[in-house]
Design a protein around this ligand. Sequence first.
Ligand code: FE2
Ligand code: FE2
Length: 372
Amino acid sequence: MKVDSQDRYVCLVSDRRERAERLASGIALVQPCRTIEPGAALPGGHPVAFVIDMAADRAEAESAAWIGRLAGLIRARAVPCLYLARGNAVQDAAARRLFGAAAMIDPRSAGIVPTLLRLVEEAQARANPGASVGGPRARVGTATRLVTRLFDAAAANRPPSPAVAEEGTEIVLDTVSEVGIRGWLDLVWRHDISVYQHSLSVAGFAAAFAAELGLSGADRRRLARAALLHDVGKALIPRAILEKPGPLTPEETRVMQTHADLGADLLGREAAYAPEILDVVRHHHERLDGSGYPEGLTAPRIGDLVRLVAICDVHSALTERRVYRPAMTHAQAFAIMEEQAGQLDPDLLRAYRPVVERAATGAPSLAIAAGG
Ligand SMILES: [Fe+2]
Ligand SMILES: [Fe+2]
């Protein structure tokens, strides 16, 4: 069985339940996290890192044996381990050695999640040296910086630079064709959760979809560029709403929904953005049955490019991790999208299915198990 990236998780071992909850929700922003208490069944699956927050100097034989088994498992897995210091220098040093922990940090430090990310990245770079400087990984870093510039300009109420959008689009197209949509998503979601990652993820799906449909080079570029820019109006939405860790109130929803018009109006001030790009930005939340916004358009008035980006946008949104809910698998997301066939174009959805399969498995073609 292939490992879906969503099966990979950080294992937090903690004997402090309240602190564990806070820590786990911080870690979950960047990687799925499972918490186990000392004495519980040892973790299975594919942990990418361990965070140890427990006293390791247990006197009772049973506890000591469990700790020994855990340490053996961590070493056998050869994945990074971060040990949270308990304040006794001698015992902490012994515990760090026992677990082979690459780093030790104060449990009250704000640097726990960044340190963990660094350890995971370093381990992945060691495991896959081809993905270092100049490789796909570096290009995703560049793409993130470019998208940041697009959104920074928009936040300052300036139309983002067409040249920067162009450069970002080329990176998405090149990298998705080189490493596939699965590889692209793994790279994009490694760092952070934000509207930048969402834009890169939707653009990646769009690039893969364009290739799946056999579109010409010019059309691929148009689709990927539209996807990259589709949510640029979110730069003008208050952060308190944009980053609210929970469902929005009706008034907040109304404000959030203005992002479509705001983005299109902003890009419309720059002649280099073609009308079909503005159409995508303004109408990517329109739905074929008229239930969308901002104008409640129905099928005859919703263009092809808009329909394509809408599918990629919904797929990405459903499979992204949110503070208030776990990520869905690609198969679960696609099942929901199929139920919304009155909203999303059913023919295009059928054509999109192989992209979903590749996103889930990295394989060129693999049937999605029903409900799996
Ligand atoms: Fe949007
Ligand atoms: Fe979006």
